[in-house]
Design a protein around this ligand. Sequence first.
Ligand code: HEC
Ligand code: HEC
Length: 313
Amino acid sequence: MKILLKVLVVGLFGISYLNAGLAPKVYPQGAVGEMVKLGEQIALHTDTHPLTKDFVGNKLNCASCHLKGEDEKPGTADGLTSWLDTATSFPAWSKREQSVQTLQDRSNNCFMRSMNGKRLVIDSKASIAIASYITWLSTGKPISMNAKGPWGPTNTKLWPKGIKHFKPIQKTATHANYVNGEKVYKTKCVMCHGQDGEGIAVFPPLWGKNAKGEWLSYNTGAGMSKLDKGAAYVKLKMPLNQGGTLSDKEAADVMLFINAQERADFDLAKGLLPKEEMGYYNSNVLKEKHTVRSNFKALGLNVDVIRGDKKIK
Ligand code: HEC
Ligand code: HEC
């Protein structure tokens, strides 16, 4: 009877905080809880938070892509870019860096690419806070370090067809697909993301610069700037709260249009602080560069032909 009761209690407790798609209901006690809360705030306000604003080179927050789930916590939405269970996969092998990456390293890669910014110092409060928040989202889940890639089980639990599904569609793209992508953008995205991809109020920017000449969105080294990954994200998540409503062709074409617009080039060296400040950089790959042009070329496409003009360098 005692054992049965114990099983029941553990079972109920388990359900209440291991519920898929939700953060735990309570923060850890004391200083750890404070660190988790700080990380949550940083994820929501990365571009303005005093601890991270100098490391962000655009107008995005982590939560601009790591969407909130039903509990309104950043990163708890399901599927591609989810942070649920992420910490269970780290340290993990990364082919890109040719090294075993920690959760802090992984987050820093989004700072350098998706946030068009700089790598945080690993010992900094901001880096520890973000890792604390993301680790908290894996509470109670078994550790299972990923020997294949730096990604977690919920992030990679995509809709059935997966990311690679888009490559064959996009490889055959012509100017007509770009024109169709622009049409999809103007009917299904423009009301939130703006006429020139500049974003409107709380709706984040997708490309370009502001009047001060500052870049607004992710750079060409970001996952989102890869045509297939971007299309997979949009198919799953956009328009906001209507994920899954675009056809594969609409998702592929709209991302072809968005990623053919102007955005910051990626140059790995620019994302690193001077060595005296940064300390050890956990990567065996020290050079990496991408442009809009090279991202299209990776799929055998010429961005001038796709756009029908030569506005992109
Ligand atoms: C422009 C969109 C974008 C922004 C902004 C962004 N990320 Fe990401 N992030 C991604 C994408 C896309 C992936 C998944 C890539 C993959 O799995 O190949 C990802 C993956 C991750 C992962 C690994 C998750 C997993 O389970 O595999 C972590 C950790 C992460 N990001 C942290 C951050 C942090 C911290 C910030 C804010 C400083 C941030 N990201 C901002 C797009 C973004
Ligand atoms: C109802 C408003 C709305 C519509 C319509 C909408 N989005 Fe979004 N989108 C958002 C919001 C809000 C976020 C960020 C989530 C957050 O801040 O909680 C976002 C995030 C994004 C992101 C990642 C962040 C960034 O700025 O790069 C991409 C890419 C994106 N949307 C593409 C699209 C595309 C493509 C369409 C049209 C098919 C679309 N969205 C339609 C509201 C919208």
